[in-house]
Structures are given as structure tokens and as C-alpha cells.
Design a protein around this ligand. Structure first.
Ligand code: NAP
Length: 257
């Protein structure tokens, strides 16, 4: 992504961020954006090589970052990574739960495995990391948790009952944890972002014919770009968003309008 595509600049210097699914797509742009705004970024995913590239890119731009190979559905592994980050940095200010997968299929043919894998990767992971993060953030009395849901979690999408359930689950979870964390004595916010169709490897799988069909359904007549989601994350992570909590922000080119 070139510099002129990054439209928001916030000051996150001295802050520590953790981003799941940072190896590519939306998570990669979020990690790069946070790094550019001065946060030290812990980049989490399963692919070491791609994580190394993102970490190198953040460092080349003058930022601080580290890569952590981890399956976000694995409770022990998640806790281990989180503890390692806290031990090294002594705090965690921003957690972005972004890692996600699709295993599409119509409901009569949906396998147990496809259901379980999507729920574990997309929803259980958000619970695991948020639980760990809130423990540290409550001590700090500050923190930002930003969960990446989807328009599929708002209005459903045929073939994605597992994915839609995981993303709708994230919304209810976000609203509840936001209420639990809100207090006059603490500055912890918890919000969700619902992207529409964003150009990444996830949507590459649609193929050109289906992509054209999708574009016809989007009032903006185009797919979103990963940096457009990253910019919303940067805003929610910034001081300017201190009074926003428990909210679901949709970025979809008008798809669900
Ligand atoms: P993507 O390009 O497929 O990237 C997914 C990321 O998640 C990768 O970094 C992947 O890294 C990581 N990941 C997957 N399973 C993981 C696991 N078990 N443990 C750790 N990391 C894992 O997807 P994307 O389009 O950027 O999507 C990012 C998020 O936005 C997802 O939650 C997705 O549901 C949501 N979203 C996307 C769109 C869209 O149109 N693209 C729309 C709405 C919502 P490794 O493979 O290296 O582990």
C-alpha cells in the first residue's frame, strides 16, 4: 500500500498493540497502520514467512514489531503468546481480533468439521484473547479491543451459516464485554467493525464472475480496500474515539444500507 492511501494519522506512540491474522489481507494493513502510528505491534498468525515480511515492513518504516506464530483457536497457544507480549512490553493497549476463515456450504450439506473450525477460529479466538486482554487492561485501567465481524453477521449470507453465526456471535460478545468494561474509573472500549466485501485473498476465492455479481449489489459499485478497514481501526484505537464503546461500525459501500 502506498502512503497516499493512508488517510488517517493518529498518535499511538508508546502503545502496545496485538493483531491476529496479521500475515495478510485486512490484518496486515491494520498491523502496518498501527506500526506507522507509533504502536509496537505484535503480529499473530500461523504463517511464519508472511509474518516475518509484515514485521520487516513495519521495522523498515521505523516502527517496532514482533511476529508470533499461533493458532488463535488454541487456548494454551493464545495465552502463551499474550503472556509473552505482556512480559516483553509490560502492557497491552490495543487488541485487534481479526483472524478469520470461511468454510462455505449450504446448510443441508454443512459438515460438523466446517462448522466447528469456523466457530473456533472466528469466535472462540475472540473470547480467548479478549479474556486475556481484559485482565491486563483492567489493571491498566485503559485499553481498546476491536473485533472484526462482518456484514454476514448482520444480515446473513447464503452458504455461510457457520461464518454468519461466528460473526453475529462476535457482535453480541462485543456488546456484552463493552458493558462489562465500561466504568467511570476505566477507559476501556470494546467495538466491532463489520466490513462488507473487501479485496483480499478471502474474496479472491469468489472468482471474477461472482465478483462482478457482488459489485452489482454494492451501491459504491466496488469492493472495499483493506486500508479502508485499517483506517477505521486506527480511529477506534485513537484518543478521539474514547466515548465509543459497544458499537458495531459497518464499512460496506452501502451494501446493507
Ligand atoms: P484473509 O486474507 O484470508 O486473511 C486471514 C488472516 O487470518 C490471515 O492472516 C491468516 O493467517 C489468519 N488466520 C486464519 N486462521 C488462523 C488461525 N487459526 N490462527 C491464526 N491466524 C489465522 O482474510 P481477510 O479478508 O483479510 O479477513 C480478515 C478478517 O476480516 C476476517 O475475520 C474476515 O472474516 C473479516 N472479513 C473479511 C471480509 C472480506 O471481504 N475480505 C469481509 C468481512 C469480514 P495464517 O493463514 O497465516 O494463519
Amino acid at each position: 500500500m502506498s502512503d497516499d492511501q493512508r488517510r488517517i494519522s493518529v498518535d499511538l506512540s508508546g502503545q502496545v498493540a496485538l493483531v491476529t491474522g496479521a500475515s495478510r489481507g485486512i490484518g496486515r494493513e491494520i498491523a502496518l497502520g498501527l506500526g506507522k502510528c507509533g504502536a509496537a505491534v505484535a503480529c499473530v498468525a500461523r504463517s511464519q514467512g508472511k509474518l516475518d515480511e509484515v514485521v520487516a515492513e513495519i521495522k523498515a518504516a521505523g516502527g517496532e514489531a514482533g511476529g508470533f506464530v499461533c493458532d488463535v483457536a488454541d487456548s494454551e497457544a493464545v495465552q502463551k503468546v499474550f503472556d509473552a507480549v505482556v512480559e516483553a512490553q509490560e502492557r497491552v493497549d490495543i487488541v485487534v481480533n481479526n483472524a478469520g476463515i470461511t468454510r462455505d456450504g449450504l446448510i443441508p450439506r454443512m459438515t460438523d468439521e466446517d462448522w466447528d473450525q469456523v466457530i473456533a477460529t472466528n469466535l472462540r479466538s475472540v473470547f480467548l484473547l479478549t479474556r486475556a486482554a481484559t485482565q491486563v487492561m483492567m489493571r491498566q485501567k485503559t485499553g481498546r479491543i476491536i473485533n472484526i465481524s462482518s456484514v454476514s453477521g448482520l444480515v446473513g449470507n447464503p452458504g455461510q451459516s457457520n461464518y454468519s453465526a461466528s460473526k453475529a456471535g462476535i457482535i453480541g460478545f462485543t456488546q456484552t464485554v463493552a458493558r462489562e468494561m465500561a466504568s467511570r474509573k476505566r477507559k476501556i472500549t470494546v467495538n466491532a467493525i463489520c466490513p462488507g466485501f473487501i479485496a483480499t485473498e478471502m474474496t479472491d476465492a469468489l472468482g471474477p464472475a461472482l465478483e462482478d455479481e457482488v459489485k452489482k449489489r454494492i451501491p459504491a459499485q466496488r469492493l472495499g480496500q483493506a486500508y479502508e478497514i485499517a483506517d477505521a481501526v486506527l480511529y477506534l484505537a485513537s484518543d478521539s474515539a474514547s466515548y465509543i464503546t459497544g458499537q458495531v461500525i459497518t464499512l460496506d459501500g452501502g451494501l446493507t444500507a
